[in-house]
Design a protein around this ligand. Structure first.
Ligand code: CA
Length: 227
């Protein structure tokens, strides 16, 4: 899942980005409201983490303008403890949730996951298909009750496929949701990751779950795709 972090406090931004990257998220960062709004409009994100007090354009304005541009990316707003008014303004300007600074990292992660769940219309957080079970909060993957170790990127791809199970996910969508802005989309890195992911998930099982639709994309399904 790909996130945009708009936060001008450099140390906090680095801390959040590092933590989320370790969890398998791709994170782009912006340090002022204008840059953040530009990226939010031009790129595809699953969740935007938006600070209120920002140079050039504050978080409330970013949120309003984003709303006007019909981008419906979920927004998690970061507010300081004393800024009760900011919370109200934030929610009124179209933010989907807010988190008060200072916060613990686990809470940030839980709120991001809640927003992802909402935007992918999922009721439960446990993503599973056939004998494959994935818990995005604990980062646990099991098939037939046996643990499978995935790298953060492999996990991110699997999570994307599972959030859209039985649907085709194009190579471009994988890049958009799993890699950050600096990714070279001409490289064959996606195919390499898909190859190792498929081995880890499907090798040794009669029923294959990860399918490649040549020239179209990928799909996770417990039935072979009819295309
Ligand atoms: Ca700030």
């Amino acid at each position: 899942m790909r996130l945009l972090l708009i936060e001008d406090e450099i140390r906090l931004s680095h801390y959040i980005k590092k933590g989320l990257t370790e969890q398998g998220f791709a994170v782009d960062t912006a340090y002022d409201g204008e840059e953040g709004l530009y990226l939010a409009k031009e790129e595809t994100y699953d969740v935007i983490i938006l600070d209120v007090m920002l140079p050039k354009l504050n978080g409330i304005e970013v949120c309003k303008k984003l709303h006007l541009s019909k981008k419906n990316t979920p927004v998690l707003m970061l507010t300081a403890r004393s800024e009760t008014e900011d919370k109200i303004l934030g929610l009124e300007s179209g933010a989907d949730d807010y988190l008060t600074k200072p916060f613990v990292f686990a809470e940030l992660k839980a709120r991001i996951n809640a927003l992802l769940r909402r935007s992918y219309h999922q009721v439960t957080i446990n993503l599973s298909i056939d004998t494959l079970e994935v818990d995005p909060l604990k980062h646990v993957v099991k098939r037939n009750n046996k643990m499978i170790k995935l790298t953060p990127k492999e996990f991110a791809i699997l999570e994307l496929l599972l959030r859209r199970k039985n649907e085709v996910v194009t190579r471009t969508q994988v890049i958009e949701h799993v890699w950050d802005y600096n990714f070279d989309s001409l490289s064959n890195v996606v195919d390499v990751f898909m190859g190792t992911l498929r081995k880890k998930i499907d090798r040794g099982f009669k029923k294959k779950l990860i399918h490649t639709l040549h020239g179209i994309g990928y799909m996770i399904s417990d039935r072979p795709p009819k295309i």
